[in-house]
Design a protein around this ligand. Structure first.
Ligand code: ATP
Length: 336
């Protein structure tokens, strides 16, 4: 039988080293695929291409599933975001970011049982990229929220909650201030919720949500929110469970899915062989489940849990001294 084709975008900074580690773990634990390597980010720019080349977008669309390393986006000026371009071009409307306590990982919340999922809208909001200089001293950005965009995101969140045996879906918003945009999001949320009467549906204002996440994070189950709030709240949640090195993510569209870590390209540690590959590895686990390879997904997820619980092979971001390669070898060894 032909091997499953999977697009791979190694990306920038630590991207290539963590991608190599993750592919090696997948192969050593028995998952075989034809990896189709694609260019994006700084490498593409060096070759005179946009940060997300059309050829890469087309290939991901044709293959239908991709594992993606981080790509660098400069603040202020410079090139536009490769991530935003890919998400928009392929209409990857839902960004799914689980945050779960890992046994053995020491955090401020080690004793708490955190197990939540953030579903972030991925194509609208202030990320629509409509900014202009109205006056030399005044710059404006337009927040775009559409009813169909809210509808499909909220519906996806409730369906996800059912698939994963969850009980509660909470809308995160600021509809008290942004009455039209966030108001529409909230209205659509409660409309869709009527189709899921057995799930608890409620809402929370984003600032209160952040405070509650810090004081009582275990109360939350599935959080669904707009693009910008989701970006910020998901980094907060990554911090609750051990930091960016552990936070996986999936960008889901109707016909295509791209799996990538929440973190960026971490240029400060790139090339040193010390990056934690867990976030990308857990993104690959999400990809395996998406493709229906649950046994392989469980095998790797359980091995990561064992390595973390054991505590002998911990990367620098989590207070240890293990290199990317040492961690990778340990995950393979523990997977048996
Ligand atoms: P971006 O703008 O692309 O989001 P950023 O610089 O804001 O990038 P990250 O690249 O995610 O954010 O890095 C934030 C901090 O977390 C850095 O100090 C980085 O070294 C650290 N970090 C991020 N990912 C990892 C990882 N996988 N392993 C170890 N440290 C990491």
């Amino acid at each position: 039988m032909a091997k499953r084709r999977i697009a791979v975008i190694p990306g920038d900074g630590i991207g290539p080293e963590i991608t190599e580690a993750v592919l090696s773990i997948l192969e050593h634990t028995g998952f075989e695929a034809e990896w189709v390597f694609l260019e994006a980010g700084l490498g593409a720019i060096k070759n005179g291409l946009p940060p997300m080349p059309q050829a890469t977008i087309d290939a991901v669309q044709e293959i239908g599933v991709a594992l993606k390393g981080p790509t660098t986006t400069p603040s202020g000026g410079g090139h536009s975001s490769a991530n935003v371009a890919l998400r928009k071009a392929l209409d990857l409307f839902a960004n799914v970011r689980p945050a779960r306590t890992l046994p053995g990982v020491r955090t401020l919340y080690s004793e708490r049982d955190i197990d939540l999922i953030i579903v972030r809208e991925n194509t609208e909001d202030l990320y629509a990229g409509i900014e202009y200089q109205a006056h030399p001293d005044v710059a404006q950005a337009i927040k775009v929220i559409t009813r169909p965009g809210c509808h499909r995101l909220v519906k996806y969140s409730f369906e996800l909650a059912i698939r994963q045996g969850r009980h509660r879906v909470t809308a995160v918003h600021k509809a008290n201030i942004m009455k039209l945009t966030d108001g529409m999001f909230l209205e659509e949320f409660y409309k869709v919720a009527q189709d899921y009467p057995h799930l608890k549906a409620d809402d929370i204002i984003v600032d209160n949500c952040c405070m509650q996440l810090v004081t009582r994070p275990e109360q939350f189950d599935v959080l669904v929110t707009e693009n910008l709030y989701g970006d910020i709240v998901s980094d907060l949640c990554a911090g609750l469970v051990g930091g960016l090195g552990l936070a996986p993510g999936a960008n889901i569209g109707e016909n295509c899915a791209v799996f990538e870590a929440v973190h960026g390209s971490a240029p400060d540690i790139a090339g040193k062989g010390v990056a934690n590959p867990t976030a990308l590895l857990l993104s690959a686990v999400m990809m395996l489940r998406h493709l229906g390879f649950s046994a392989q997904a469980d095998k790797i997820a359980n091995s990561v849990q064992r390595v973390c619980a054991d505590g002998h092979c911990t990367t620098i971001d989590l207070g240890g001294s293990a290199s990317t390669k040492e961690f990778m070898d340990e995950v393979v060894a523990q997977a048996g």
